[in-house]
Structure formats: C-alpha cells, structure tokens
Design a protein around this ligand. Sequence first.
Ligand code: ZN
Ligand code: ZN
Length: 421
Amino acid sequence: MAPKICQNHFSVTSAVNEYNWQIEHQCPQCGAPVILEETDRIFLCPYCRTKLYLIPNDYFRYCIAPADATSREIIYIPYWRLKGLSFSIQHSEVSHRFVDTNILAFTFPGVPSSLGLRPQVFRLKFASPEINGTFCNPQISVREVMDHFGTPDPLSIYHTFIGETVNLIYSPMYLENNVLYDSILKRPVSTLETGDSERLMASRASSRGNISFISTLCPQCGWDLQGEKDAVVLICKNCDSAWGCRGSAFTNVAYAIMANGESVSHYLPFWRMRARIEGIRLESYGDLIRAGNLPKAITRTFEETPLYFWCPAFKVNPALFLRWARQMTVSQPEEKTRELSQGMSLYPATLPISEAEESIMITIADIITVKRIIPLLPEIRINVNEFLLVYHPFTSRQSELVHTTMKLSIDKRSLAYGICL
Ligand SMILES: [Zn+2]
Ligand SMILES: [Zn+2]
C-alpha cells in the first residue's frame, strides 16, 4: 500500500498495523456511532467534532455482540488479545519475534482456545455496564500468557513482552439444557458436568474496568493537544509541553528535541531512561564500555558520565527495535536541544514508557559480552528512576530516514505511519 502523506503529518500505512480490529462506540456527546481502531487512544466524532482521550483503568475490554437479540442470558467468555514484541535471552543471545494473537483466558472444557478470525469479521464494542450479560473474570493472568510466549527453550534465562496492545475480548455464549452454546455460530461447545454451571456463575466479574474519556485540552494552558490517534504522548504546541496519561488524568512528560543537523525532515521519538540496577555494576558509561567490551578508551569523563538506556518510542518490528535500542545505548547520544517550532514534523510516540522499561534487560543482554557477567543476568533488578522523551533529527533520503548525527538509517516502510518515499 502506498504511503499517503507528505511533510508535516503522518498517515497509517499497512506496514505494521495490518490487522487492527474495529470497535464501534456511540459518541457520548451526540450519540452517533463512531468506529475506532483498537489502537486508537483519541476518540474523534466526525459528526459533532467531539474529541476525547481514552484511558482504560487497566486493560481495554471489548465484546463481540451476540448474533441476534435473545432473551437468553449471555455469558461472555474472556480471551486475552496480545500484540507486541517478544524477546528472550539464551546465554548471551537475544532472540525475538512479533506476536499477534488471542488466547482463551479461562479454563473450561470444549471452549475454543482462540477467537480465530472473528474479531476481524465482527465489530467489537466496549464491554460497558449497559451491556447485559454475565462477564467472566479471566482465570489465566496476562502474565501467564506472556510467559507462554517466551521461548520454552530450557536455555532461556529471561524473556519479556513489550506490548503494543494488551486487551481483553469477550466472546458471547449461552446455556441451554446444560449445554454451553456459541451464540454466534449457534453451535454447542460444551456439555456441562456437575458443578460447571456454578463455576461459570462464580467467575462473574464484579467490575468491567471502566474507561475514562478525558478532554484533549492542555492541562497547563487549555489549547488543543496535538497527536495522532494512537499516540501515547500528546504535545501542546502553544506552551511547548508534552502529556501522557497516568491513572485517569494527563501528567506532564519531560521531553526534548535534539537540535543538530541540517535539512531535518522528521523527528523520531526515543525514550531515554536512567535506571538503578542491582546485581551488576552499570551506573556510568565507563561501566558499559567495560561490560560490553566496547572499542573505546575509558576516560575519567566516561567513568563519571551517567549511563542512559535508550529505545524507540514508536512501533517497529522487534529486530529494528533491538538494533536501535542497542546502538543508541552504546553511543549515548548527547546533543544540544532546541525549542519546538510550528511546522516541525514530530513522529508520534506510540510506545508508553511502562513498556519501554521492559527493554532495558534485553538491551543489557544484547550489549554485554563479558562472560562472567552473563550468568548474573537473571538475578539483576532494574528500577527506572528517570525518563525523558527525546525527538531525534532525521533527514529523508530516498527510501530511508537517516539520523543526522549518528548516520544510522531506518527504512521508511518499517514505520507504522507512512512517510513519503
Ligand atoms: Zn458526536
Ligand atoms: Zn499548553
């Protein structure tokens, strides 16, 4: 699919987000039905122009509507929906893969272990309190499902999942004469044994984790915040501030724009993280040079330079994610910053800091070569105590964007938002 945009805005291409599911939601202002993509964080009503930011309490919970109106009590069975990057460490090697799946979050004989293609065929709805039925609590935690995607390789010493999307999706069923039926296909899926029915009812969820809809006005100056619809950080171009959500409100996100380079066409966002690491010594740049055997002389300045971990703040495939995290952490870019100006092309930050933190262990494993440190990896504890969103300058060169000072390039087609080739 050809990228659609030029210059200062971006449009979604099929590069990464090919199978986004769609959610129908009524505009809280005018009642019109609005279609959202599952990754959307901004709700924009095309009829009354209401613009709101969506915040889940924990996960977004969606349901598939039953095939037709029925007087039967609908029982909604939960599935975890996971999309993101899975990394695992075996000895000193990091392996990775892209995960896009859904999996039954419940143990019940006969119930299909996956939703298959359903969510692509049927529109989803938020599992809001107006929807009648019994919603069952997941019995398998999302952590258990993520662990399942780590390599079952016995040599794997660590694995992590960097989630682009982690949601719960409910599929409708109903009970008739002690048989559980799929309410879309109208097919029996399970004959209940003694106690099964009670077990289903006992797992009824007491809460469906309501979503908050909040205003997209800058909490500091009241201007409309800017951001693509799946951005996790929104920018106020009036008072030069950045906002992400924590709990159910926007909080200020420290951010900087790197100044260097001529003919900058785009700025791509990266997270810069400082962490307290227990178990191995990795405080200064000098420590990293030693642990990674990097081809640099350790100077006193390097011994005193605090070590920052870096990773992309945008969605990209796992190989590129790892490569950029490694290269930026190894080179510790440190440049002058500049102010935000009108017309600057800031690529949307779509990976939240909570997920970015998961990358640090993988970056360490990818860089470290000193053999005696490798066995210590499973024992280390990482606490991020400072983070900054940094927009790095890139120049456009044919099919690539090239970092203006590091000279590293990224293929434009690997970015979820299209950039003119
Ligand atoms: Zn509306
Ligand atoms: Zn503002």
